[in-house]
Structure formats: C-alpha cells, structure tokens
Write a protein that binds this ligand. Structure first.
Ligand code: CP3
Length: 651
C-alpha cells in the first residue's frame, strides 16, 4: 500500500450491512479506525404477492418492457417467481419483452439465466440515465412497463416514466427493515454528535433513511445534522448523493465509479485534507451541511496574511528558484472533460456559458484542485475569450473546437479590430476573486492568457490550423499589419493579465501553444519584440510562466522574452533544455500527456526519469508537456500526482 493511500488513524464510520465485514477490513487495511454500524436488515418477500402478480402478468403477455434495477433484486425476483411458476416458461415470457438492465449487476444476473438485456444503461446508471437511454431507443408512449425495484420505491423515476406516456407497474422485491439490534447505530449517532468521528461513508440511500429514522426516534435528528457538519461525508454514487441532498446534506466526495473499494481507497487518499478543510470551514462559520466549493472560507484573518502564506507556498517558491520540500505539480487543462464532475456540468451549460458564470467557473477550478491534490489552481477560462470583445466573433461548436466568425485576413481587417476594453472580461476577474477566496492559501492561483502569436493565429485562420498558411501569409505579405495585430494583442493581454493579478491571480501563464511553427529568424523578427514588451508590462508581484510547444529550437529566444518560468513540451530532454536555458530560470514540464493512457507503473517509471533529470534543483515545477487529453483515465492522473509528491519529497 502506498503511504499516500492512508487514513493515518482517522475514524471512519460506515453503515453497510450486507458487506459490513468487508468494509471494515478495507478501512483497517488503509490505516483507518473503522466503526461499522449496520443500518438495515433485508426481508426477502419469498411469498411476495408483488413478484407473483408480476409473473402472472408477464406470462399473460401484459408487459412490453421489463426494467431491472439491481442484481440482487433481479435474483430475488426470479427466486420468488419460481416458487410458484416453472422457470422455463418464465424465461420464455421474459424473452418476449424488451429487457432493460440498469447496469452491469442486473446484466450478470440475467446471464446466470442465459438471458441478455436488450438495452443496457451506461454509467453512472442513475434513474435519469435509464430514462434517457430508453427515450433514445424507443417511444414510451402507451408502452406497458414494469420496474423491478429494490427497497423503497423511486417515485421520481416512476412518475417520469408515466409523464412520457408509459403504463407503469412497479414490482417491489425486497423491503428493508431496521436492524433488530439498534445499539450500534445509536452508538454511531452518539459518536457523530460528540465529534468523535472524522469520516462517514454511505454506500446506499437506504442507510441515510435509516440513520435519520433512528435519530428521530430519539429526537436527535438536528443534533445528528449538527454533528455531520464537522465530519467528511463520502457517498458511493449519484443516487446516494441525491438522498443526502434531500436531507440537506451535501456529500464531500463521490467517486467516478460506484464501487466500495474505490471509495475507501480514494477517501484514504484525500481524507486528511478533506477533514482539515471541513473543520476549518465549520470553524469559520460556513454552513457545511449544505455547501459548495466556492463557499469555503480558509481564514478570517487579513488578506495580507493570506497573501503572505501563498507567497511562501511550495509553488511560489519554485517560481522564484527557492528550495522547496518537494516538487510542486499541476496539470495544464486540469479541469476538463476527462473529469466526471465536469462532464455532468457541461451537459447542462455550454462551454462559453460556463466560462461566463463566475461561480460555476470557480466551482470547476476548485473541484479539480480538491480531487487531484495539486499544488496550484488554474482559473477555468479559455485563451480565446479575449477575441470576443475585439469584435471578431467567437463560438465553440460541438466537437469542432473554437471558431472565429469573422477571420482577420487583411490589413483592413486588422484596423477594424476593436480597442480592448478590460472590463469586457469582468467575469474572469470575478471568477478569480471567488476562487482565491475559497482556495487553500497554501495553493497558488494561476491566471492565464494566450500569447499574441497563438491568439493571432486563431483570429487569422478562423480556428485551429495545421500549416498556418493565412497567419504566415499575412506576416510575410504585410509585416506592417502583422505588427499592428501583435501590438494590439500585446496591449490587450497585458491589461487583461494585470487585471487578473489584481483580482487574485498569484502567477500568470502565457500560452503560446502554436509558436513552435516559426523559424528562429521569424520568431526574432515577428514575435520576440512583442513578447519582451508584453512581459515587461506585467505586474512584478506575479511571476510569469511562458509556455509553448515545439519550441525546442527557440528556447534561448523564449528566455530573452523575460519570463521567470519557462514551460517545456515533451519533445525536449529536460536536463538538456534546462542546461541550455540556464539555471537562473525556473522550468515547468514535461511529461508527454499521452503517457497517461498507459499504466501507473509505466507512468511512475517515466516520471521518475524526468524528476531525476531535474536533480532536485530549485525552480522545477512538474507538469505535462501540453494539456491533458479529454479521455485520460483519472486514476492514472492521481497516480502521477502522488508519485511526483512522494518521490520528490526531501527525506
Ligand atoms: O487548464 C485549465 O484547466 C484551465 C482551462 C483552459 C481551457 N483552455 C479550458 C477549455 C485553458 C488553460 C485553456 C487554454 C487553451 N485554449 C489553449 C492553450 C493550451 C493548449 O492546449 O494548447 C488553447 C489553444 C485553447 C483554445 C481551445 N479551447 C481549443 C483548441 C479548444 C477545443 C479543443 C478542446 O480541447 O476541446 C478549446 C475548448 C476548451 N477550453 C475546453 C476546455 C475545458 C473544452 C470545452 C468543452 O467543455 O467542450
């Protein structure tokens, strides 16, 4: 077991019944002190009238669609049915319907009977996923649908099906009862009320109902809620989280994949940090029963004191080439589509809307930091936001990336570009302010902008490009117009970044993602003077990170531009590149983002190589060589971050 996946003696309460022993072992294995209070008892309805009614209707051909919600419930249903009807006939009748499995567990139960689901619902398998999958596959109007339910009935789901015109018959297979012996549950409640627990783990909705039922029997529901304010709440998945919300409690953590082992392991990794955060929030008056990332208050002290702490954080020290206890790490594009939380949010709002809603942008920024345990936050925004107030039109179309509606292809078009009004991007500064207020003072907040060349390339091409024909075309054909657009963008970018710094950015990064397409001579003539001027205008309080890709042949020129930190892509050898740049500059990089599609052991092997090349020299910030890709497995990202911290820690 990695030392990072360790509760380090935290007290962890769980309410599992069926798998009580297993969860207790898991918690102990990860160094936690378990308290498992079984919260329910299963009453199999082997004489279930519901199950028998279901079978009778099924055999009579009265159902079009059979929805199986759980594996245990499916098996129980079959068991109950075959006490009265021949199994063969039952299976034959089932085969005539459209069988819908909510997830892998009912699929497995069906397989045991030699049956296959006609429709399988994708993760995270909530009832909403069942509904959308069904709607995509079939018209529900007038269909006779039966739903196998486990435990209490899901009224929202049933009524949503009815709203779509289906005729629904729920079959309730199991009923839950409180355990016969309520003492363990009462003790757990007492312990939570008395602040003797650190983490509370919920692995089903029913546990929450029962916990509150027992508390209300004793008249201590409010005290229980009060106690829950000081302990970290972990939820196995979206349905359990919804139930917690219904009781006015927001879960502090939910894993991507609803598996007990996952949840315990991830809590072992993040538990200490989350406990510290929640207790601090509670102490500072935040209502931690129901809160968002942006509600966090780390300190009620002065802003000056906060700034002082951040200034001495590992990340800021590395920017200034000072010794640190370990190598700081963050990842370009660390908040994005590879994260479930992000995808869920994006299914509700467009990318631009997300960028323009400060509370949401801040929430996304902060949840990535919480989840990854990186040393810096980067504000959620985009390098192209700045082109909108410049008047060229900006849209992000599905799957195609950014599009500029009126590409700038001539000197005249360059002249038509609006003067930049820094206030047009107030929403970015607001997001920074909210984020900085809620972010751990030990962590740096990174503001950013696109560098003029890269932003100009989008404005001129109208989108992404392979060869930059139009960009270089304008540059060679009309150098005057080229310098004008670069000048306009430099002025705008300096103002934009200085406003970001005023709003709370501790450091700023310039993304010159595509500048590597230029020759040295062209960089010197068409880019360098603008970069020098731009960087010299940025508030000296905030270090500048200057990043580009394909810049191996330009590094000495990039150094001349004047930033404090230089970003390296994965194509260069870190040791060679740093030697060439000189150890008077900090560097950031440079793992190939595609490596994150391999295995944790391969990731560790290659990360170690990079850390060894940096030799523990002051002024190294670990990052990828370019942004993280949308399909990257989160677990591999966690393995990377943990390894950087663990391996680089000065022993
Ligand atoms: O690092 C972070 O977490 C902060 C957020 C951030 C985004 N874009 C969010 C984003 C940052 C720092 C950027 C920078 C950016 N944007 C760059 C420079 C870095 C790089 O990768 O080279 C560039 C070239 C852009 C322009 C851009 N924005 C492109 C080409 C695309 C489409 C391609 C893609 O990856 O989807 C975007 C959209 C974009 N920017 C998304 C995100 C999370 C995806 C939007 C979505 O949710 O659909």
């Amino acid at each position: 077991m990695s030392s990072l996946y360790n509760f380090d003696g935290l007290k962890v309460t769980a309410f599992e019944s069926r798998r009580a022993e297993e969860i207790e072992k898991l918690i102990r294995y990860h160094g936690g002190v378990p308290r498992v209070a079984p919260s329910m008892r299963e009453i199999p309805l082997s004489q279930s009238t519901d199950a028998h009614k279901f079978a009778k209707n099924l055999l009579a051909g009265n159902f079009d669609i059979v929805i199986l919600m759980t594996g245990v419930g499916t098996r129980a249903l079959v068991k109950a049915v075959i006490t009265k009807y021949p199994e063969k006939e039952f299976i034959k009748a089932l085969k005539k319907t459209t069988i819908v499995a909510r997830g892998p567990k009912p699929v497995a139960a069906l397989r045991e009977m030699g049956l296959k689901a006609n429709i399988t619902v994708p993760e995270p398998n909530t009832w909403r996923d069942v509904l959308t999958t069904l709607e995509n596959e079939t018209d529900l109007k007038g269909k006779r649908v039966t739903v196998q339910e486990y435990g209490i009935s899901n009224k929202e789901f049933i009524s949503a099906l009815r709203k779509k015109g289906a005729k629904v018959t729920p079959v309730s297979i199991y009923k839950w009862a409180l355990p016969e012996n309520l003492e363990p549950l009462r003790d757990a409640i007492k312990s939570i009320k008395n602040s003797k627990e650190d983490i509370s783990i919920f692995t089903s909705s029913q546990q929450i109902y029962h916990l509150f039922e027992v508390a209300s029997q004793d008249g201590s529901q409010d005290e229980l809620k009060e106690g829950l304010k000081k302990i970290v709440i972990a939820s196995i998945g979206p349905t359990t989280s919804e139930t917690l919300n219904r009781f006015g409690i927001s879960p502090d953590y939910e894993p991507d994949s609803p598996k007990m082992g996952n949840l315990i392991r991830e809590m072992a990794r993040l538990g200490k940090e989350l406990v510290r955060k929640k207790r601090t929030a509670h102490k500072n008056g935040v209502d931690t029963n129901s809160w968002r990332q942006v509600d966090m208050i780390w300190s009620k002290g002065s802003k000056k004191k906060r700034k002082e702490i951040t200034k001495n954080s590992v990340f800021m020290k590395a920017c200034r080439l000072e010794e640190t206890d370990y190598t700081p790490v963050w990842l370009m594009r660390q908040a994005g589509r590879y994260m479930r939380e992000y995808r869920e949010l994006r299914s509700k709002v467009s990318f631009l809307q997300l960028c323009k809603t400060p509370e949401l942008a801040a929430e996304v920024t902060l949840s990535a930091v919480d989840r990854l345990a990186v040393d810096a936050a980067i504000i959620f925004a985009d390098i192209l936001l700045i082109v909108e107030p410049l008047g060229v039109g900006l849209e992000f179309s599905k799957g195609e990336g950014p599009r500029i509606k009126r590409p700038v292809r001539s000197g005249k078009a360059v002249d038509r570009i609006n003067d930049f009004d820094p206030e047009s991007l107030n929403y970015v500064y607001d997001a920074l302010r909210i984020t900085r207020r809620a972010l751990d003072p030990e962590k740096a907040l990174i503001g950013f902008a696109g560098a003029p060349f890269t932003v100009a390339s989008y404005m001129i091409e109208g989108g992404g490009s392979r060869n930059y024909e139009n960009t270089k075309g304008l540059m060679y054909r009309d150098p005057g117009a080229w310098h004008t657009i670069m000048e306009k963008l430099s002025i705008a970018t300096a103002a934009y970044l200085n406003n970001q710094i005023k709003a709370g950015a501790d450091v700023v990064q310039l993304f010159d993602s595509w500048v590597g397409c230029l020759s040295r001579d062209d960089y010197k003539e068409f880019v360098l003077p603008h970069m020098k001027k731009l960087i010299s205008q940025i508030d000296k309080d905030a270090p500048v990170i200057h990043f580009g890709t394909g810049t191996g042949a330009l590094l000495d020129l990039i150094k001349e531009s004047g930033s404090q930190v230089i970003g390296l892509d994965w194509r260069v050898d870190l040791a060679k590149a740093w030697r060439q740049i000189g150890y008077d500059k900090a560097v950031q990089g440079n793992l190939d983002p595609v490596l994150l599609f391999s295995t944790p052991s391969e990731i560790r092997r290659r990360t170690k190589k990079i850390l060894d090349k940096a030799k523990g020299r002051p002024g190294f910030i670990f990052n990828l060589g370019h942004g993280i890709l949308p399909k990257t497995p989160v677990d591999n990202v966690l393995a990377l971050i943990d390894f950087v911290h663990e391996y680089s820690t000065k022993k």
